[in-house]
Write a protein that binds this ligand. Structure first.
Ligand code: GDP
Ligand code: ZN
Length: 291
């Protein structure tokens, strides 16, 4: 089954025929592994209780909140107030690609603004996007279809309509509180992040949590950012120099593709903006000697 909720050493496993409350075998603790919400697990049931025996391979792991196997990141954006900076969307699409999640860019408040320019950028990048309005219901049926059968997480800047979309998708919904997932950040601190998991009767789940909602908390690895821009990948072998920074380097295939409109200039610019923001963080870290 799949772990739907983890609380105080108990794991609530959905077997498809009901929820079984489980403990985990002691050896997980010895190996430094904890079962996570989203994990697919093998359990042994005796009476009304169960035991988690094995954890299946993970597609990905997130630390705040502690969840595994997110299939799809739904990036909620808006071109009305508050307007989403496309830089944030591009950051999230890169993270999704590197985490092995599918992505869906959900441009909400379509009743106020059609976001034609944004749509053109993501069309060109080959990234799936969808216009929705939580207000009028436009696009909600399609959104429901696109999240069925998957574990999705919603992210997006505050005020774009994430809560409204959840309500529109599941008007009768009572969230399962995944909450109080204790997360050891590795710094000796335990933070508690409440995450909610919404289950759809027709299949599919959504994780909604502060940690995922905030764009800023997501870590990106500089060496991998380039690969996170999936439409850049086919150009990477074409640069003249192997250590090409894809900036002003002579013979850069990526810059040429941006110049002649094969890739969206906005994506290319945001790619460099991401790299720049990382080098600033690095400098600050070195300054405080906390590498
Ligand atoms: P969140 O912070 O992302 O969860 O955003 P909310 O769901 O709280 O929505 C913020 C505000 O935008 C609320 O006043 C909503 O009523 C409004 N809102 C959400 N979706 C839409 C939409 O599709 N169209 C319009 N016009 N307003 C919306
Ligand atoms: Zn290059």
């Amino acid at each position: 089954g799949r772990i739907k909720k983890a609380l105080s050493g108990f794991y609530y496993v959905d077997t498809g025929e009901g929820i079984v409350t489980c403990r985990a075998r002691g050896r997980f603790r010895k190996e430094g592994v904890s079962p996570l919400v989203g994990d697919r697990v093998e359990i042994t049931v005796s009476g009304t209780e169960g035991m988690v025996d094995a954890i299946g391979p993970r597609r990905n792991v997130f630390s705040r909140p502690a969840v595994a196997n997110i299939d799809q990141l739904v990036i909620v954006a808006s071109n009305a107030i508050p307007q989403t900076d496309p830089y944030l969307i591009d950051r999230m699409t890169a993270i999704a690609a590197l985490k092995g999640c599918e992505v869906l860019i959900c441009i909400n408040k379509s009743d106020l603004d059609h976001a034609d320019e944004l749509c053109a950028i993501y069309e060109k990048a080959g990234l799936p996007f969808l216009l929705t309005s939580a207000e009028t219901g436009d696009g909600i049926a399609e959104l429901r279809e696109r999240i069925s059968g998957k574990l999705s997480a919603f992210t997006g800047n505050s005020g774009v309509g994430k809560s409204s979309l959840l309500n529109a998708l599941l008007p009768e919904l009572n969230p399962i509180l995944v909450g109080a997932v204790s997360d050891n950040s590795g710094l000796g601190q335990h933070t508690t992040t409440a995450a909610r998991l919404y289950h759809f009767p027709q299949g599919g789940d959504i994780i909604d949590s502060p940690g995922i909602r905030e764009f800023g908390l997501w870590h990106l690895d500089p060496e991998q950012v380039t690969l996170g821009f999936i439409e850049f990948r086919k150009y990477l072998g074409g640069c003249k120099f192997r250590d090409c920074k894809h900036d002003n380097d002579p013979g850069c295939a990526l810059r040429e593709a941006a110049e002649n409109g094969e890739i969206a200039e906005e994506r290319y610019d945001n790619y460099h903006r991401i790299l720049e923001s990382m080098s600033q963080v690095k400098t600050r870290k070195n300054f405080f000697n906390e590498d």
